[in-house]
Ligand binder design. Structure first.
Ligand SMILES: Nc1ncnc2c1ncn2[C@@H]1O[C@H](COP(=O)(O)OP(=O)(O)OP(=O)(O)O)[C@@H](O)[C@H]1O
Ligand SMILES: [Mg+2]
Length: 473
């Protein structure tokens, strides 16, 4: 049976709570001071602590971290004074599960307490059963993305609301779908609410549905998105764009899972789990007054922040191989290779559009390099080649000036013309071997024009006659 501790100096409230909890089958412990509360909490293994703020020996909010640090890591529900939003915010930021106005504690305790206990139960279960994550569509093994996979596994195993944040193109939708697919709700719908493009006038009926005759043209009743998500997942995409007026209505749906279709007097229920995504900083939106703080706290029981691609460049090669393999399969051509400096050039660029921009770029590159077997940096768009060149200059700049011009420590330094010719001759020979004597392929591989290639072939006595002439060693 779950263990509950009530910490409140008001003896009457303690007694009422005790009775109420006993009626629901619990056997709560009581403490009338914070000091006594801490001693009792340390001696037990509490699941939930109901904590008053104004206590004779201190402020309950300041004790939240100490209660949370206990081995049982209890969920804390705070009693706040009337309209004390600051206190409520502080409580949530300190790790409290939720808050109830003290005057309504008997009336309003059931819902947050039930949810907190359900959450504990889920947590317990997810620890027992190993999690096998289906992640085949999500590419990457960097430390940062692996940390996100750990959170994905936790989110999939729980029923808590999840908030996924990250720049555009980092894979928020991909993660939201993976949470659903790996959750116990996978057999039911995942319903996407695109909060950025909900038509203002139809917003309520789109979400909650409408009854017949609710408005002109409503010739039959229709379910909304919230009902479609019954038993499954409601994915609130771009949740930061939800109009303020709708945020309040949504909060109620999230808390109670009840709603009323437009034009209907009957309430309906829907058992959905919420996953929300945003590329905005919702905390800033709360400060700016464009996003309700209570909705924000409600949404972020679990959070996953997806790192931008520039912070996980170790994944570049895997992402590129995945994309090229897919493109080759789609267009039915032999698998293409990439040169090491192709990857280097991609890595030097910052990718403001993240994986989406990378995949789009590779699609373009693939179309441009249709006839080549290997993709080289010169197949890439100019802006990426420029960033690569800048990077090369920067790393040379990082060396002290003296070191940049130091001769090789051993060996004779050939003169420039001689060094260039040695390199050119060797390059042309290797190029023709790689292109198997095919002039068009050699031009495409190297970026050298046809006329210039013939000139160089003549100069280095590599006149193309039969492909067999280009032998590798
Ligand atoms: N780790 C990844 N592995 C494979 N594909 C990925 C990965 N991350 C993103 N993508 C791909 O990049 C594209 C964008 O991903 P997604 O739509 O999930 O991004 P988003 O974060 O929701 O972006 P936005 O904020 O613009 O809506 C999709 O084609 C997706 O498949
Ligand atoms: Mg998206």
């Amino acid at each position: 049976m779950p263990e509950i501790l009530v910490v409140d100096d008001d003896v009457d409230i303690c007694r009422m709570l005790e009775k109420k909890l006993q009626r629901s089958g619990h056997q709560p412990s009581l403490a009338n001071t914070l000091a006594d509360g801490l001693i009792k909490a340390e001696g037990g293994a509490f699941d939930v602590i109901l904590l008053d703020v104004q206590m004779p020996d201190g402020n309950g909010l300041e004790f939240i971290p100490r209660f949370k640090a206990l081995q049982s890591n209890p969920e804390i529900i705070i009693f706040t004074g009337h309209g004390d939003l600051d206190g409520a915010d502080k409580a949530i930021k300190s790790g409290a599960w939720g808050y109830i106005e003290k005057a309504n504690v008997i009336k309003e305790l059931d819902l947050p307490l039930t949810r907190a206990l359900e959450y504990r139960e889920e947590k317990r279960r997810s620890k027992i059963s190993p999690v096998y994550l289906k992640r085949e569509k999500i590419i990457g093994h960097s430390k940062k993305i692996n940390a996100c996979f750990d959170k994905l596994a936790k989110a999939a195993a729980s029923e808590a609301n999840v908030l996924i944040s990250g720049e555009t193109g980092t894979g928020k939708e991909l993660f939201a779908r993976a949470i659903h697919e790996n959750s116990s709700r996978f057999a039911k719908n995942i319903v996407t609410v695109d909060c950025a493009s909900l038509p203002e006038s139809l917003i309520e009926s789109t979400l909650f549905g409408h009854s017949r005759g609710a408005f002109t043209g409503a010739d039959r009743s229709q379910d909304g998105l919230v009902k479609h998500a019954d038993g499954g997942t409601l994915f609130l995409d771009e949740v930061g764009e939800l109009p303020l007026a709708m945020q309040k209505a949504f909060l109620r749906v999230l808390q109670e899972h009840k709603f009323r279709p437009v034009g209907s007097s009957q309430e309906q229920t829907s058992d959905f789990r919420v996953v929300a995504a945003t590329n905005r900083n919702l905390e800033e939106c709360v400060k700016a007054g464009t996003f309700r703080s209570d909705l924000f706290y409600r949404l972020q029981s679990l959070t996953i922040h997806l790192p931008p691609l520039r912070e996980r460049k170790e994944d570049m090669l895997e992402l590129v191989v995945h994309s090229i393999t897919r493109l080759c399969a789609r267009t039915n051509v032999d698998l293409k290779g990439v040169s090491p400096d192709f990857i280097e050039a991609l890595t030097s660029y910052d990718w403001p559009g993240n994986v989406r921009e990378l995949f789009q770029t590779l699609e373009q590159v693939f179309a441009n390099g249709k006839h080549t077997r290997i993709l080289f940096p010169h197949h890439l768009p100019e802006k990426i080649r420029i960033s690569h060149a800048h990077d090369a200059l920067k790393s040379a700049d990082d060396l002290p000036v003296k070191e940049r011009f130091l001769p090789e420590p051993t060996g004779i330094l050939p003169d420039w013309r001689q060094a260039k010719e040695t390199f050119e001759g060797e390059y042309i020979r290797k190029l023709m071997v790689r292109a198997q004597g095919d002039i068009r392929e050699a031009c495409s591989l190297s970026g050298i024009s046809k006329a210039r290639l013939y000139q160089l072939l003549g100069k280095y006595e590599q006149i193309p006659s039969r492909p067999a002439k280009w032998q590798s060693n």
